[in-house]
Design a protein around this ligand. Structure first.
Ligand code: F0G
Length: 462
């Protein structure tokens, strides 16, 4: 290409104002939210990087599709558009719509798992883990060695440890009803999985006669990483790569709130007729009739269009570059983060950045509060608040103390990101003065959503 600048491959037709607040106003909002960023009102946030899930901007083609939405209860035209798109991209014969990804996980686990089973995955996302554990199965994470180290570099750091997979299957005959790979590996830093690794896992699972599924939420971002990093895929388009990824699996779960480019929706897809029948039976009980599965006809249309838009090379080049651009700025400023940059998010390494705050004083949580207070940015702790609480009520520090900046799709521009970088550089200059927090009140599980906190030293966040 003649010019180097990678621009946002869209122009903006409708705008949603965001509100500037003063630091004093944010201090009041934070206190009212009990120092928990999940309890803030969205309107008090300037740049919201809490999640890339369901927060994207839809295109004119998706909105046009929504106007075509057919709200017929059974056999709606919109279902057939959705079904055709999913089958075209994944090749799976049965497509079961669900209201979001975790509903697909819930139905799949009900149909496949029983108490005592083991499900290996490169890394389970937390809802996947919770759904499997709710069936009494154990969710086993087997990432490659590099996947355990935030600073270790690897082009496909999301890969599964295939020797460990072979071992689990050999040592537990009859106890592994499902093998999964999550693309990209969200809990492991948004890191991609190579085609070779997917092929290897698929071959091992098949040798043992065990179905192999993809958690495909970010399949298009993963396809782009394969296109740019894996030998032999330079000349293959993202849709061809995606088709090859899916061809190696027996089915998938999907949250269309990510690479479906939709605000809500998901699906479960597979080739096994009997399994699909069992899944549809549960679907009718919990989500709805098999041709809408908890979604409106217009949602199905938005996803049918969005899945293709997520695979557009111009979009993917911009999407991945957007995150990489941020990572380069952070790295040159010496701000520690999980490397290399992931596909949808940056993960700041609060343990390395704030070494003076012990895990018992929640460095990642404190950092998320400072980002909001200083710059109106909302990001999410993935550390000892999220994972430290044990089922017996005790406390164990998490492996990593991360803060995730997840980027909604097609929502923020480069100047928004330059602003985020400026705030991070400022936070870097005051990092030694940041102090920890303590928990004042917490629920028995999943405490990060609702727990109440207090700064350890009032007024000394910064
Ligand atoms: N699998 C992965 C890898 C995910 O990242 C998510 C959601 C799900 C499954 C569940 O999908 O939200 O539609 O029910 N991740 C969001 C996030 C919530 O912020 O990373 P869902």
């Amino acid at each position: 290409m003649k010019f180097k600048t990678i621009i946002e491959p869209f122009r903006i037709k409708t705008v949603e104002p965001i509100r500037q607040t003063t630091e004093a106003q944010r201090a009041v909002a934070l206190a009212a939210a009990h120092y928990n960023i999940f309890l803030l009102r969205g309107e008090d946030v300037l740049i919201d990087l809490l999640t890339d899930s369901g927060t994207g901007a839809m295109s004119i083609y998706q909105w046009a599709g929504m106007m075509r939405g057919d709200e017929t209860y059974a056999g709606a035209r919109s279902f057939y558009a959705f079904d055709a798109a999913v089958r075209d991209i994944t090749g799976f014969t049965h497509v079961i719509p669900t209201h979001q990804g975790r509903a697909a996980e819930h139905i799949l686990s009900g149909a496949m798992l029983k108490s005592g089973d083991i499900v290996p995955n490169n890394r389970h996302f937390d809802t996947t883990r919770a759904n499997f554990e709710a069936r009494g199965a154990s969710a086993m994470d087997i990432p490659i060695a590099e996947g355990h180290h935030p600073q270790a570099l690897h082009p496909f750091k999301g890969n599964m440890d295939l020797a460990a997979l072979e071992r689990v299957l050999t040592e537990n005959p009859g106890r592994v009803p499902l093998v999964m790979i999550t693309v990209t590996n969200n809990s492991g830093g948004g890191q991609p999985v190579s085609m070779a690794n997917i092929r290897g896992a698929s071959a091992i699972a098949r040798q043992h006669g065990v179905p192999f599924f993809l958690d495909a939420c970010r399949f298009a971002e993963n396809a782009w990483f394969i296109h740019t990093r894996e030998a032999g895929y330079e000349d293959r388009t993202p849709i061809e790569i995606a088709r090859e990824m899916f061809s190696l699996a027996d089915g998938c779960t999907m949250s269309a709130k990510k690479d479906g480019m939709a605000n809500i929706g998901g699906f479960l897809a597979m080739n096994d007729d009997a399994l699909a029948q069992r899944c549809r039976n549960t679907l009718i009980l919990t989500e709805g009739f098999p041709t809408y599965g908890g979604l409106a006809g217009y949602d199905l249309e938005a996803i049918a269009v969005g899945l293709y838009e997520a695979l557009d090379p111009d979009y993917l080049r911009y999407r991945i570059r957007f995150v990489e651009y941020m990572a380069e700025k952070m790295t040159s400023a010496g701000i520690p983060m999980v490397r290399p940059a992931g596909g949808h998010a940056l993960y700041l390494d609060a343990k390395a950045w704030l070494p003076h705050i012990p895990p018992s004083e929640y460095p990642g949580w404190a950092l998320s509060l400072v980002l909001y207070l200083e710059g109106g940015i909302r990001a999410c702790e993935i550390g000892s608040v999220m994972f430290g609480q044990q089922p017996d009520g005790s406390e164990r520090p998490a492996d990593l103390e991360l803060v995730r900046l997840a980027f909604p799709r097609r929502v923020y521009t480069q100047s928004h990101m330059d602003y985020v970088c400026e705030v991070l550089l400022h936070v870097n200059s005051i990092a030694p003065r940041i102090r920890g927090v303590r928990i004042v009140e917490q629920p028995p599980a999943l405490r990060h959503f609702t727990a109440k906190f207090e700064p350890l030293v009032r007024g000394v966040f910064a």
